[in-house]
Ligand binder design. Structure first.
Ligand SMILES: [Cu+2]
Length: 399
């Protein structure tokens, strides 16, 4: 699993480097085309005389140029247009809209790596994780300690993201995804086993509504929903020899319809942009296995800094706070006294994550977007695998 992920990452990194190296060659081609990219000095002079609205941009870039259509000029003139950083760092969604009738297709890969257990903010050895009594009161008859513990996990996601501009300010989208989860375990008797579960995850879809469209900033409401298409009843025979359901973190979906609303604010300067996003994950009702996953509350802020004059390459830095509550209810198929991953009261946690990314606009107009994140603070309920780092990479193209 690691090898595959490493290969994907290395290829993307190499591809990005080659593109950057080839950029000088590309520059001549770009400025020869009729839709020329602004010279930086021209943009600066124009800013001074024209309130920052005259930074020329490629008209093939997909963001709307409706604000200045009445100039009788096919070029987009807003500071928001024709720059790579109109998309958010790779892990984020719901950060931009498209113009009427425009489509965008994106492939996104994301992976999360977890190694070792933690209770609260304290790291545990495998033996300490096995001996963790958990939420069962000490001395409960028949309960001594866990029979097995997870020792590491890799979660991978392959997602197709299709967007279409429906009206000037409303863009609809759908995001089918394929999940691939692998978990290594240690039994009390020092033997090991690995389980793997893969398949379609929950189907996310919704609409983005741009509530405010200023000359250098905008506000976008995301009305996102998740349909329970991911299987929560898959079974494995690996640990016990007879088929039993996967524990909570290995499952492919939530089993409930979820509301995932978010609000995003973007503000653009000549060389940088900032973004703020608040997002909620609210499972609705209870699934047919008698539980629902925890609520999620996310707040994130990022800075994108343009690294080249043509505004094709940007570096991003992001800070994210994430609060996740424990599950409500419990699946009667799972015995929380056998392993920590079967305990609905060991799912919540608080995280402070940092993200580092790069995004690059290819000469043909497609976008590459990569981001690494790692938690600098994580406080987990009960005993759980800790998150070490995550990676997301995407390629998108609008037409
Ligand atoms: Cu898009």
């Amino acid at each position: 699993m690691f090898v595959r992920t490493f290969t994907v990452f290395t290829s993307l990194a190499l591809f990005a480097c080659l593109q950057v190296a080839a950029q000088d060659g590309v520059r001549a081609t770009v400025s020869d085309s009729p839709s020329d990219v602004a010279e930086p000095l021209v943009a600066i002079v124009d800013d001074a005389s024209d309130e920052g609205l005259e930074s020329h941009a490629d008209d093939h870039f997909h963001e709307s140029d409706h604000d200045f259509a009445d100039h009788g000029d096919s070029h987009a003139h807003s500071i928001k247009h024709g720059r790579v950083d109109t998309h958010a760092p790779a892990f984020l969604m719901g950060d931009h809209v498209h113009e009427v009738g425009e489509w965008m297709v994106e492939y996104k890969y994301a992976a999360m790596f977890m190694d070792g257990n933690r209770a609260g903010t304290t790291r545990l050895t495998d033996q300490q994780a096995l001996d963790f009594i958990g939420t069962v009161p000490p001395g409960t008859p028949g309960v001594s300690a866990y029979g097995a513990t997870p020792i590491n996990m890799t979660m991978q996601m392959h997602m197709l993201h299709i967007m279409r501009g429906m009206t000037e300010n409303v863009t609809a989208y759908i995001m089918p995804m394929w999940m691939d989860n692998t978990m290594d375990h240690r039994r009390r008797n020092r033997t090991f086993f690995t389980t793997t579960n893969s398949g379609f995850g929950d189907l996310n879809f919704g609409a983005l509504w741009r509530l405010y469209d200023g000359c250098s900033d905008e506000l976008i409401l995301n009305l996102r929903f998740s349909a329970p298409t991911g299987d929560i009843d898959n079974v494995t025979s690996i640990p016990t020899g007879s088929p039993s359901e996967f524990p909570y973190p290995m499952r492919l979906g939530h089993g409930t319809w979820d509301a995932l609303p978010a609000l995003t604010y973007r503000s653009y300067g000549e060389r940088h942009s900032i973004g703020l996003q608040g997002a909620l994950g609210l499972p609705m009702g209870t699934n047919d296995s008698d539980y629902r996953v925890g609520n999620e509350y996310r707040a994130t802020a990022w800075l994108s800094y343009l690294l080249d004059c043509e505004k094709r390459l940007a570096a991003t830095f992001r800070v994210e706070g994430l609060w996740r509550s424990n599950f409500v209810g419990a699946d009667p198929q799972l015995n929380p006294n056998l392993i920590s991953t079967a305990d609905p009261n060991m799912r919540g946690g608080d995280f402070l994550n940092l993200g580092y990314g790069l995004m690059y606009m290819l000469p043909a107009g497609g976008r590459l977007n990569v981001e690494f994140t790692n938690p600098v603070v994580q406080n987990l309920r009960g005993v759980q695998l800790e998150t070490d780092w995550s990676f997301a990479a995407s390629y998108s193209k609008a037409f």
